[in-house]
Design a protein around this ligand. Structure first.
Ligand SMILES: [Zn+2]
Length: 135
């Protein structure tokens, strides 16, 4: 494994801790999706099993992204977690996707799946509205 040093200004110990937090959140989100979905279609079940066990596969990710358009907040949260794990693997984790600045450990610890710094998140929420996932 070995995350590249200095990603988002985080040291190895901080990264390990956030990776743990993400894994835990993902488990909770998966459980939440299963609960909220009641009976999953076979396709869904396969997809979630995929995400839970391997966490990779561009196809599964594309399918999942499409699914999220009409999905619950739980699913959206799960997608954010999967995205964060991908950024972790590629060494982009901890950097704001809008301005490229370090998001900061305190914010990431509170919200491990955050992809923007506080400032850009506020701007994004003003742009799209806080109820982005409703309707
Ligand atoms: Zn930013």
């Amino acid at each position: 494994m070995g995350a590249p040093p200095g990603a988002g200004g985080l040291d190895a110990r901080q990264l390990a801790r956030l990776r743990d937090a993400l894994a835990r959140l993902k488990g909770e989100a998966l459980a939440g999706v299963r609960r909220s979905a009641g009976e999953l279609s076979g396709e869904d079940a396969e997809l979630f099993r995929d995400l839970g066990l391997t966490g990779d596969g561009a196809l599964a990710e594309a399918e999942f992204g499409r699914d999220v358009a009409g999905a619950s907040q739980v699913r959206a949260a799960l997608l954010a977690i999967v995205e964060a794990e991908r950024r972790l693997a590629s060494g982009e984790y901890g950097l704001c996707e809008d301005c490229g600045e370090a998001i900061g450990f305190a914010r990431l610890e509170a919200q491990p799946a955050a992809s923007r710094c506080v400032r850009c998140q506020e701007i994004a929420e003003k742009r799209t509205g806080p109820s982005h996932f409703t309707g």
